[in-house]
Design a protein around this ligand. Structure first.
Ligand SMILES: Nc1ncnc2c1ncn2[C@@H]1O[C@H](COP(=O)(O)OP(=O)(O)O)[C@@H](O)[C@H]1O
Ligand SMILES: [Mg+2]
Length: 232
């Protein structure tokens, strides 16, 4: 399995209060698959994703990504892992406001070892004609397209999306989901996406339901639905 997590635990301590956020997570996802994580707010979804992406560390348990135990990496190795292997997409795009679309992507491509061509990536997300615009001159859906271009320009092995459609209307959300599905197909990028929206689970190969730091249900979809056919 490309992602292979077991007995993953994570606690945060604030003052004298210790909160167990992940209580022994087990999950796996094959190379080139799409996984969806569903669960209520505060259940530990982002914490799990941040550990998989090398932003945070687990306290104990196994976190293997493409054969590497990332809990065993030192800080420099973890930074390298995050920079080279992982693409992130967030709910609120996180583009740099005073850089153009092209420059936002260049910033990432400049520090990657084998980046994709910037124009190719902009073309793939349908934003090549807006390369010289600033983020404030784009709609929310267009900004999310740019943030996806920024995430994939380094040609990551794993694309982690934390509620990528959480701030978008239905039609725009669906077009973003279609785009993510295209990226998954075209580049073979393994995709793991957090969402509140159970309807989105239909496009995933595997679905994980999280409640209070535990996976309460893991499902395999034998048949996945094209994003353009998903409705809610
Ligand atoms: N850096 C942190 N320090 C302290 N508590 C945190 C931190 N990050 C997350 N938490 C707590 O962990 C729990 C799970 O958070 P999170 O993983 O963001 O949930 P979700 O993404 O499912 O909404 C929440 O109760 C949150 O307050
Ligand atoms: Mg979250």
């Amino acid at each position: 399995m490309f992602i292979d997590v077991s007995s993953l635990k994570k606690s945060y301590t604030t003052g004298v209060v210790k909160t167990e956020v992940l209580k022994g997570i087990a999950m796996n996802l094959g190379k080139g698959e799409i996984g969806v994580i569903l669960g209520p707010s505060g259940s530990g979804k982002s914490t799990l994703m941040n550990i998989l992406g090398g932003i945070d560390r687990g306290d104990s348990g196994k976190v293997m990504v493409d054969g590497v135990e990332i809990n065993n990496l030192n800080d420099d190795q973890l930074t390298e892992y995050r920079r080279e292997e992982i693409g992130f997409v967030f709910q609120f795009y996180n583009l740099v406001p005073n850089l153009t679309v092209g420059e936002n992507i260049e910033v990432v491509s400049n520090i990657s070892k084998s980046p994709l061509n910037i124009d190719e990536v902009l073309e793939a997300v349908g934003m090549l004609d807006k390369k010289h615009r600033f983020p404030r001159e784009l709609s929310g859906g267009e900004q999310q397209r740019v943030s996806i271009a920024r995430a994939i320009v380094k040609n990551p092995k794993l694309l982690l999306c934390d509620e990528p459609t959480g701030a978008l209307d239905f039609l725009t959300s669906r077009s973003i989901l279609q785009l993510l599905q295209q990226v998954n197909k075209k580049y073979g990028t393994t995709l793991l996406m957090i969402t509140h929206n159970a309807a989105i689970a239909a496009m995933a190969n595997r679905v994980f339901k999280v409640r209070s730091g535990e996976i309460v249900e893991a499902m395999v979809n034998q048949v996945t639905v094209p994003a353009e056919r998903i409705e809610w």
